[in-house]
Design a binder for this molecule. Structure first.
Ligand code: GLA
Length: 409
């Protein structure tokens, strides 16, 4: 469901800022990932859903060859002239505006003849929460800039453009999942995307009587400052070794920007891979083996989850979610005390089938698959247990699946 208050607010802010009514409003969703965590940049499969919390922009004509972006959140206007952009020089400010500048620069790189516009932006998507607020903003800017320029890019190109913004400008070596989830979002459906061959299918988000609850831990993190890039680098080293030693077919090796290729390892070869890690990296072998274990088992869990949901076996689906969290905690080490307590508090409730951290980790949200009997008293118990264990106050809400970035008026 669209947030009509926010639509009204971006429209009235637009009028106040620029002295006339906006022409159109665009919405770009956030995403939750049901399962398949930290395997997009390893060329595994993921199962995300675009959700109805996101970024909104009221748009109108530019009067002065400047792009102007007002956001209510930061009570700030950001301006950028077309002439400045055309120098192709990136001038980062270390703020949200970097995503805008980088997206516009990449559109120019893609050969799009940009036309300036004015915008007023509003969001109900928390930042740093694992719900892809940055990918949502990149795709909002790209979609509106393309529409104003009367140009188009296929969804995959749009998603890749957002990934380049993260990798080349922001400095996060993230994969393609978030941007794909958003660009290919469909109401009522989840997206199964295979990052080894770019095959994908939409699945009706049919969880029988169960629902997905999002619980925001209110512990924030920034991927730039997290160990995200370190994890990618560890996987890269493992993959380099396994390709060099012929454990993964070198013909299948992706280019660096496309991922490490680690998820292509045949699960039956894990023992052999571990021997090689012991031989080449004796001091780090135990850590690297755990990273590998996560990547390979998480990739299988995506299909186990789908199979369980397909057979309406929610108990099994929940177990798979719990196993994903356990592996992200123990093998991949991207959860931490707060997220572990929140997941544990959820998992302890009988009407919760399963729960796991969602997104990059290090803070953010937990998603829980809950039964139709799940009620407020159970939720209160979870929030209370989490508060007692960590001092943080979490907040929970149900989200709905939605379409990708689009004009909404
Ligand atoms: C972040 C990244 C994605 C993905 C997830 C973890 O959201 O942007 O590319 O790696 O973390 O699954």
């Amino acid at each position: 469901m669209l947030n009509l208050d926010l639509v009204e607010s971006v429209l009235s802010n637009y009028k106040e800022c620029y002295g006339e009514a906006a022409k159109t409003v665009y919405f770009s969703p956030g995403r939750v990932n049901l399962i398949g965590e930290h395997i997009d940049y390893n060329n595994g499969s993921v199962l995300p859903v675009a959700i109805d919390v996101g970024n909104y922009a009221a748009i109108g004509e530019s009067k002065d060859q400047y792009f102007r972006f007002f956001t209510d959140k930061f009570k700030q206007e950001y301006q950028l002239s077309l002439a400045d952009l055309e120098t192709r020089e990136y001038k980062p400010a270390g703020e949200w505006t970097d995503y805008i500048q980088a997206t516009l620069l990449e559109l120019l790189e893609a050969g799009i003849k940009l036309k300036p516009f004015y915008a007023s932006i509003g969001s109900d998507l928390p930042g740093g929460a694992g719900l892809s607020s940055s990918a949502s903003l990149e795709l909002l800017i790209a979609t509106t800039a393309l529409a104003v320029a009367d140009a188009e890019l296929p969804e995959l190109e749009l998603a890749k453009l957002g990934q380049v913004v993260e990798n080349k400008y922001i400095g996060v070596q993230s994969g393609l999942m978030d941007q794909l989830a958003i660009a290919l979002g469909k109401e009522g459906e989840a997206l199964l995307y295979n990052l080894a061959n770019h095959g994908y299918r939409h699945f009706p988000l049919n969880l029988a009587e169960a629902r997905i609850l999002v619980i925001d831990s209110h512990k924030r993190r920034s991927l730039r400052e997290s160990k995200y890039n370190e994890r990618r680098e560890e996987c890269q080293r493992i993959a380099d070794l396994l390709f060099a030693e012929g454990l993964i077919d070198s013909e299948k090796r992706p280019r660096y920007e496309e991922g490490t290729g680690l998820a292509l390892l045949d699960p039956e070869k894990i023992a052999e891979a571990n021997i090689l890690l012991q031989e080449y990296y004796p001091e780090e072998a135990s850590i690297l083996s755990r990273r590998l274990e996560h990547v390979i088992t998480e990739n299988s869990r995506v299909y186990e989850f789908l199979q369980a949901v397909d057979g309406a076996d929610l108990k099994r689906a929940g177990e798979v979610l719990n196993a994903s969290h356990a592996s992200l905690a123990k093998n991949y080490e991207v959860t931490g005390k707060e997220m572990d307590s929140l997941a544990t508090a959820c998992q302890a409730e009988p009407e919760v089938y399963g729960a796991r951290i969602c997104g990059a980790g290090f803070g953010g949200v937990v998603i829980a698959l809950v039964s139709e009997n799940f009620d407020q008293s159970m939720l209160n118990r979870i929030l209370q247990n989490y508060h007692e264990a960590t001092g943080y106050r979490a907040e929970a809400y149900f989200v709905n699946s939605t379409n990708g970035p689009s004009r909404i008026d």
